[in-house]
Design a protein around this ligand. Structure first.
Ligand code: ADP
Ligand code: ZN
Ligand code: ZN
Length: 766
């Protein structure tokens, strides 16, 4: 794009001002940015503008964002010259100044370079101009050359254009043809060629608003609880306030959001609504569209086409969106400064709000901060609030707690039953039962009565463990590159021949026939969703057409999901089986039975959030039934029937669970009562990995104040992934301030990168 000559030419222009920029692939050596000169033709550059600058010895064109502007030249070391900005990457790409300020804050808080942080805020399709359309626009020439031979058609075109008011020009060729009543574009082209008409080329995104239709039902009467909560939250409009809306699924939280949004944007301004995974909760978007027929609603999430993402982003950036709905990264919607009136985070506890690559931000926490910056209220809603939010609302009192204690009128809570799986082991068989007798009976009964069934198992594949049949032999098939067991997958649901796959590095192999150690038979232990599917078909004799499985193996595209959910909604599918995908948001009134195949998938993990996750999973999936008329039931299978996360979830006793869990966390000095940072060292060489981990722990300890605890370096729960050994150093602090002060010191000697990941407020402890 930039030839050498062109670059030389550009540098010949005089510099008239300066900008400090953050380059996309930024190293964090210059926290205030790199300085470049601005030639007159690019003046003025705005903060947040995406530009292209020369980088390095080769002056490689590199995308960068303007962080600040200045009129005077910076002081440079002797012999150094400021280079000049090449170009704007398109006029329209400017992040609002509050987002630029947010990026600076994030890069400090999350210990990540500012360039990549800004890059995270801007969707790829916007940066790359995907979906831009170039159109011709025709106008009369200012000084047309005189022409003797004008045909009748050509004259017709000229007359038609001249008769238009100035505000309607320039005009697109098809419209002009219609106006002049000519059948081809020939006369127009001829007139352009002769200089009597001029043709502009305009490149832009052409956006349309989504309007899928939609659920418009309005409850006749709000409950007393809803009324008082809506009043309470609305009274804080116009200032920052944090609200935690705690209510079981179906208690009418979405109705509260809708009423508050109505008030928040009645005199203009925008509402920002975050949902965990929008493709799983199309109902939320559909309901908002149905209830706000006259508002312009932008949707931002990754299941849109690239061009659509660009379009929706532009609608927001131009200040045209009243309501913005999206998943995690929608928290960076480019709402013009001063326009945001309310922020809502639905299912605030959901782990998908945390980005698991740098910058490892939490969308919920950024949403709170956005509301703070915009001086508007934020509502966090959940049936199972995160311990962080519960702590903020009940112990720190920095957030107001609002409770919806009952299901909305007409909705009945399901009967919840815990099934102890220990007695379910079938005599004489190796391995454990997958579906208990009770669940089996209930599935048959539910189908016979015309109801539908949801079955949850948070494990993909057919069997998670492949071992030797001999009890004396300890052989188990592990990944060659990771410290994890290989998972058996069937190619097709009913095909016996399969392969094994590592869920951490993706390695696939054929399964062995015999144990490599003792030559005995190989068996597959445990169950993933594929095996449950096979059992439903083979053992329970449920017709194939009645069953659908949803997990990341069957859902390659978001349309796969829609096809299945459509069929389930129509009642064609009777049993929907899946991983945690099906625990979230689904709202089908005819679901009369929910089965949790194995509630213990999270409980055994060495993670201080294991109980919280288990409670959430059980409670969320049970919330998927009881959404229509009549009786419904949830069956929870477990080997730990007395674990409090499971018993309390089955009694919907969230408050008791949360309060006990918080005391436990407080006593063990882990989040949320303490703050945490995690440094993960990766290295191909085991000695290097341990050596680097120990020396990092040592360095961190040397700069730590008394408040900070630096734990000794330890092997991660998954000590090796894709041939990289993994060690971590965990740091805790009683306050965020102390932790941030510590990280500020650490920044001088510690650099994140491929070999060192830094995770502030970590969610995953693997
Ligand atoms: P949540 O967001 O807490 O899961 P929703 O707002 O989706 O709950 O409410 C569940 C169902 O109850 C929806 O179909 C909703 O229209 C209905 N609903 C909500 N509030 C009321 C009310 N006051 N009266 C009758 N139905 C209501
Ligand atoms: Zn692997
Ligand atoms: Zn063996």
């Amino acid at each position: 794009m930039y030839t050498r000559k062109m670059m030389a030419g550009l540098f010949d222009e005089p510099t008239v001002s300066y900008v400090q920029v953050a380059v996309e692939r930024g190293v964090d050596q210059f926290p205030d940015g790199l300085t470049y000169g601005v030639p007159e033709r690019l003046e003025p550059l705005q903060v947040g503008q995406l530009i292209s600058v020369p980088l390095g010895r080769g002056n490689t064109p590199t995308q960068a964002w303007v962080l600040s502007t200045s009129a005077v030249a910076p002081e440079l070391p002797k012999g150094k010259e400021t280079k000049q900005v090449y170009e704007k990457v398109r006029d329209a790409i400017v992040l609002p100044p509050d987002l630029v300020a947010m990026a600076k804050w994030m890069s400090q808080y999350y210990f990540s370079p500012i360039g990549p942080t800004l890059a995270t805020m801007l969707p790829g399709p916007v940066r790359h101009g995907t979906g831009l359309v170039t159109r011709q626009l025709i106008d009369l020439a200012d000084n047309p050359p005189s022409c003797e031979k004008t045909t009748a058609k050509q004259q017709g075109v000229l007359d038609a254009l001249a008769s238009l008011p100035e505000s309607e020009r320039p005009i697109e060729p098809p419209k002009l043809m219609k106006l002049a009543n000519v059948g081809s574009k020939g006369p127009i082209d001829k007139l352009i060629e002769r200089g009597q008409l001029i043709c502009h080329h305009v490149t832009r995104v052409e956006a349309t608003w989504f309007r899928q239709s939609v659920d418009t039902s309005i409850p006749e009467q709000l409950t007393d609880e809803q009324t008082s909560i809506i009043q309470n939250i609305s009274s804080t409009l116009g200032t920052y306030a944090s609200h935690l809306l705690f209510g079981v699924t179906g208690s009418g939280k979405t109705e509260v959001y809708i009423r508050v949004i109505e008030q928040a944007i009645q005199d203009g301004g925008s509402a920002l609504v975050l949902v965990p995974e929008i493709s799983l909760t199309p109902q939320t978007a559909a309901r908002l569209m149905g209830r706000f027929p006259n508002k312009r609603i932008a949707i931002l999430h990754s299941a849109l086409t690239k061009a659509q993402r660009h379009q929706q982003w532009s609608l927001v950036a131009e200040g045209n969106a009243d309501i913005i709905i999206g998943a995690r990264s929608a928290v960076f919607a480019p709402i013009p400064e001063g326009q945001l009136r309310i922020v809502i985070v639905d299912e605030e506890h959901d782990n998908s709000y945390k980005q698991d690559q740098a910058p490892r931000y939490n969308g919920r926490d950024i949403a709170i901060r956005r509301a703070w910056n915009a001086n508007c209220p934020v509502i966090l809603g959940s049936a199972t609030p995160s311990m962080e939010s519960w702590w903020n609302a009940t112990k720190r009192n920095i957030s107001s707690l609002h409770k919806l204690t009952k299901r909305a009128p007409g909705l009945v809570a399901p009967e919840i039953e815990i099934v102890d799986m220990k007695p379910e082991r079938h005599a004489g068989e190796i391995g454990n039962a997958v579906i208990s007798r009770k669940l089996e009976r209930s599935i048959h009964e539910t189908i016979a009565l015309g109801g539908q069934v949801l079955l949850l198992l948070n494990r993909r594949g057919f069997a998670p463990w492949i071992t030797c049949a001999s009890r004396s032999c300890k052989w188990m098939m592990k990944c060659e590159h990771c410290d994890s067991s290989m998972v058996y997958h069937r190619r097709k649901p009913l095909e016996e021949a399969g392969f094994v796959r590592c869920h951490h590095c993706g390695l696939e192999q054929r399964i062995q026939k015999q144990c490599p150690d003792c030559s005995k038979k190989i068996i597959q232990l445990g169950a993933g969703t594929q095996r449950v599917e096979a059992i439903l078909k083979e053992t329970l004799q449920i017709p194939d057409a009645y069953i659908a499985r949803l997990d990341s193996d069957t859902m390659r595209k978001s349309s796969d999901l829609h096809t299945v959910l459509d069929a389930f909604g129509k009642g064609e599918i009777k049993v929907l089986l899946g991983t945690q995908i099906i625990a979230k948001g689904l709202d089908f009134p005819n679901v009369k039975l929910v089965g949790v195949i194995d509630a213990d998938t999270a409980i055994d993990l060495p993670d201080f959030r294991a109980a919280e996750r288990t409670y959430q999973l059980v409670s969320q999936v049970c919330g998927r039934c009881g959404r229509g008329e009549g009786h419904s039931k949830a069956i929870i299978q477990t080997y730990s029937p007395n674990a409090s996360a499971i018993t309390l979830a089955s009694q919907s006793a969230f408050e008791q669970f949360a309060n006990e869990e918080l005391s436990f966390r407080h006593a063990s000095q882990v989040p949320p009562s303490n703050r945490m940072a995690r440094f993960i060292i990766r290295d191909k060489n085991f000695e290097h990995a341990t050596g680097r981990a120990d020396s990092l722990a040592e360095r961190l300890r040397s700069i730590a104040s008394d408040e900070i605890t630096v734990f000794p370096a330890a092997a991660c729960v998954l000590p090796r992934i894709a041939d990289r050994f993994r060690f971590d150093v965990t740091v805790t602090s009683p306050t965020s301030q102390a932790l941030q002060a510590f990280l500020k010191k650490a920044r001088k000697t510690v650099k994140p990168g491929k070999e060192l990941a830094i995770d502030i407020d970590p969610i995953s402890m693997l």
